[in-house]
Design a protein around this ligand. Sequence first.
Ligand code: FES
Length: 84
Amino acid sequence: MRKVRVSICTGTACFVMGASEIMLLEDNLPQDLRGKVEVEGIPCLEKCKDSSCGKAPFVLVNGQVVQQATVTTVIEKIRTALNA
Ligand code: FES
């Protein structure tokens, strides 16, 4: 089974706005999602410099941008990706 790829921006703006907490996602995954997700940190996506992109922190779930991401919204997106 293909895993859902979660790419978390670790640039300064995202990191201070909460990406640091999302980096702990793997530890906070519900039991049914364990082993189905691949988490990585990535450098600044440059979205923090363009207000039309929304607000930090930014996370990509299978390449789809989640703005103002939280552990909860990222988990929702992972579920959507798994059901797609
Ligand atoms: S720091 Fe995350 S998009 Fe720039």
